[in-house]
Design a protein around this ligand. Structure first.
Ligand SMILES: C[S@@+](CC[C@H](N)C(=O)[O-])C[C@H]1O[C@@H](n2cnc3c(N)ncnc32)[C@H](O)[C@@H]1O
Ligand SMILES: [Zn+2]
Length: 300
């Protein structure tokens, strides 16, 4: 952890800033082992191998049982092999997110629930400074290795509803396929409130979540589980708009077309397939029925 990254972290309990570093060992110019102390409440957060950890593990019930299960799974399965279709889906999503951030030059961006950092890495390559948070430490270590020591990447282990974030700090927040995994409406609202707080006035939120599309409606209720047991909640457009009431300039559109015929073809057609995919999910009625994801672009 570079000492300069301390400017991003505030105490998750009370927002106090700056945290005081107590460094036990250094590795070249990085603080490697030690703790960060809150000047207000006195809580200490350890860092190991240069990675700060803000999980409130000593607080009983700090994670719902569904989240405990997810945490274990996310640390276990770091990178699944991707099929051609999955790669297509990811490229469609990443291109759409980058379009939402067009015009932002060398911004400070939070990747909330970054996973192994497919979006963080793209943002770094575009010259942005990235703060990457996830509760799965294994995923962050993987991302750090992929980023090859870039000083513009700042990682920390954190649960997003108790994130160590300063208010009004980010030009943009990206949060891709994370919100749906929080198991209660209260936690999902707490996450959105936390992200809004972290944005500068006028800052942009770019969010993707599962759409409660036709196939999922046929399969059953909006709450379901992947084969791994990981919980997810699928959003209708109305519900998503309600949950995002605190933001302005709200724009929603569909992403990744799951029309049965297109589903088989588009993934094999490279750039052309991705363009067609985009065109197919543009009309609202088609998106509501067939898009895999909702893409939200909102402003604080
Ligand atoms: C489906 S993955 C998406 C990862 C990444 N955003 C992407 O699109 O590649 C969901 C990620 O959110 C993280 N996550 C889920 N709930 C979280 C929480 N409450 N706090 C922090 N991270 C969380 C998981 O560990 C996982 O890495
Ligand atoms: Zn504190």
């Amino acid at each position: 952890m570079l000492i300069s990254s301390l400017r991003h972290w505030a105490c998750p309990r009370d927002g106090a800033f700056p945290l005081r570093p107590r460094v036990e060992t250094w590795q070249r110019d990085e603080a490697w082992e030690g703790r960060l102390e809150c000047p207000a409440c006195g809580c200490a957060y350890s860092f190991r191998q240069g990675l700060p950890n803000f999980l409130p593990r000593d607080e009983p019930g700090w994670l719902e049982p569904d989240q405990q299960l997810e945490l274990v799974e996310r640390n276990r399965a770091l990178m699944m092999p991707r099929t051609g279709r999955q790669l297509h889906d990811e490229r469609v999503e990443e291109a759409a997110v980058l379009r939402c951030l067009a015009g932002l030059r060398r911004g400070r961006i939070l990747d909330a629930g970054c996973g192994v950092g497919r979006m963080s890495l793209r943002l770094l390559r575009r010259g942005h400074e990235v703060v990457a948070l996830d509760f799965a430490a294994g995923r962050l270590l993987h991302l750090r290795a992929l980023a090859d020591g870039r000083p513009q990447l700042n990682c920390a282990v954190a649960e997003l509803t108790h994130a160590p974030l300063r208010a009004c700090h980010f030009d943009a927040v990206v949060c891709l396929q994370v919100l749906e995994h929080l198991p209660t409406p209260e936690l999902r609202q707490a996450l959105l409130d936390r992200l809004r707080l972290a944005l500068l006035p006028g800052g942009r939120l770019v969010l993707t979540v599962y759409n409660y599309n036709r196939a999922r409606r046929r399969a059953g209720a909006p709450d379901a589980r992947h084969d791994s047991g990981i919980f997810y909640h699928c959003y209708t457009e109305t519900e998503l708009r309600q949950d995002l009431h605190g933001f302005r300039s709200l724009r929603l559109r569909g992403l990744v077309c799951r029309l049965p015929a297109a589903y088989r073809l588009l993934g094999h057609a490279g750039v052309l397939g991705r363009r067609l995919d985009r065109a197919l999910t543009l009309p609202g009625w088609l998106a509501r029925g067939w898009a895999h994801l909702w893409l939200v672009q909102a402003v604080k």
